[in-house]
Design a protein around this ligand. Structure first.
Ligand code: C2E
Ligand code: MN
Ligand code: MN
Length: 406
């Protein structure tokens, strides 16, 4: 299928005019052989390229391009299908923005478009081209946050307490995973994740519970999580617990029961955050309104979990005003390479900053992801890069540290 791919990148080396001519000639020859059109823009430090061709060919070519040592920070901005070839000029056309006349440049690129009489000139591709001409690459990580300058250094926390509860012969406990603020070296909170004696995941545990006792099970097991937290948390640390909304609105006095569990564990309500899934929070407005009031009145915090994974009703979110939003891993994974994810997350960061909401990036696994997110103002992180969930307590935490020799 015909595919258009657009990326931006940073030039790594100094390119002389001759280098650029040679690069264009080589790319032109290669693209002709594989029936690809390339339109390459360069502004002295950044590249922007439109590629058009068959999907498999473009995929392979983009893999090669991404590995090319002559540029870094390759970010995919657009990948789309089209019904017909837009650019007839197979090969490669190069525009050097330092010498091109910016007023006529877009027209020149239009000339390459062989469906010119179409209304397409105001489409997404041309808007992206115009944006690059005017502003250059976007969302670049700040120079102090290049992943090569950082390394992860491990620090043992080792706080543990064995706490199990039996439910019809099966043992349940919780694994804790820290949510960290790397720039201050602070642990902001811990999330409690349910486990059984075999270490099975919550999905497997919940599917084995009869549906009529699911909510009661969910609520009752929180006592284990809170007791564990009460034993190992410091005074200024918080514990986040997951609850199905049903566990809060179908069980009478659910929030009162939680409050009792909290005080039994010697915790303060302000130390507890309830995480509710975005999908469930958003779809059940009436029930949710009552839950919200109860939680607020009890002084417990509220986080919207897995934000961005479902269909968000933004108007509703703006009314809830949670204390915390946790961005789903699907938006975080490989964010340093994906322009679409970057723009969405930048908008979420802006919203949370405006509204005083804590923002947590979930499922961070790579140093590059952290560098990118940190440089746009995300301060709180949860993910395997920093720490894995640890049954019955807290294990090792990795902190990013700037390498000395750089
Ligand atoms: P969640 O609340 O989004 O919790 C984070 C999940 O992501 C955890 O999976 C955690 O192990 C995993 N995770 C953390 N960092 C990374 C990472 O860097 N990469 C990847 N690939 N995964 C990471 P877990 O423990 O399997 O929990 C899955 C879900 O089960 C939780 O997602 C939560 O929605 C639910 N859950 C857990 N405990 C409870 C509970 O007590 N009650 C309810 N109702 N739901 C629970
Ligand atoms: Mn959660
Ligand atoms: Mn989550």
């Amino acid at each position: 299928m015909l595919t258009t791919l657009i990326y931006q990148s940073q030039s790594e080396a100094e390119f002389s005019d001759l280098d650029l001519i040679n690069l264009t000639i080589a790319a032109c020859k290669k693209n002709k052989a594989i029936q690809v059109t390339g339109i390459l823009l360069f502004n002295g430090s950044e590249f922007f390229q439109v590629l058009e061709g068959e999907e498999e060919v473009i995929d392979l070519l983009f893999c090669h391009i991404s590995e090319d040592q002559r540029h870094t920070d390759v970010v995919e901005l657009m990948r789309d299908y089209s019904a017909y070839r837009r650019f007839s000029d197979i090969g490669m056309t190069f525009f050097d923005l330092r010498i091109a006349d910016k007023n006529t440049l877009v027209d020149e690129i239009h000339q390459l478009d062989h469906v010119q009489n179409h209304h397409l000139h105001d489409d997404k591709i041309f808007r992206l081209i115009k944006r690059f001409i005017a502003q250059g690459a976007w969302h670049r990580p700040s120079c102090g946050l290049k992943s090569a300058q950082w390394e992860m250094v491990s620090k043992k926390e080792s706080r543990q307490d064995r706490l199990w509860q039996t439910e019809k012969g099966v043992l349940y406990t919780f694994a804790l995973q820290p949510i960290v603020e790397p720039m201050s070296g602070r642990i902001a909170s811990f999330e409690a994740l349910i486990r059984d004696a075999k270490g099975r995941s919550p999905g497997a545990i919940f599917s084995a519970i009869p549906s009529d006792s699911l909510y009661a099970f969910d609520l009752q097991t929180k006592a284990i999580a809170l007791e564990l937290a009460g034993k190992i948390l410091r005074d200024d640390e918080k514990i986040a617990i997951n609850l199905l909304p049903g566990s809060l609105h179908t069980i009478p006095n659910a929030v009162a029961q939680l409050t009792a569990q909290i005080s039994q564990a010697n915790l303060r309500p302000e130390q507890v955050i309830i995480e509710l899934l975005e999908t469930e929070v958003i779809t059940n407005t009436v029930d949710f309104h009552k839950i919200l009031k109860d939680i607020r009145a009890a002084g417990i915090g509220l986080a919207v979990d897995d934000f961005g994974s479902g269909y968000s009703r933004m108007s509703f979110l703006s009314k809830i005003q949670p204390d915390e939003i946790k961005i789903d891993r699907s938006l975080i994974q490989d964010i340093h390479k994906m322009g679409g994810q970057q723009s969405v997350v930048v908008a979420i960061v802006r919203y949370c900053q405006d509204m005083g909401i804590n923002l947590v990036a979930e499922g961070v696994e790579k140093l590059e992801e952290w560098c990118w997110l940190q440089s746009i103002g995300v301060n709180l992180y949860q993910g395997f890069l920093f720490a894995r969930p640890c049954v019955d307590g807290i294990g090792e935490i990795q902190w990013p540290v700037k390498k000395h020799h750089i």
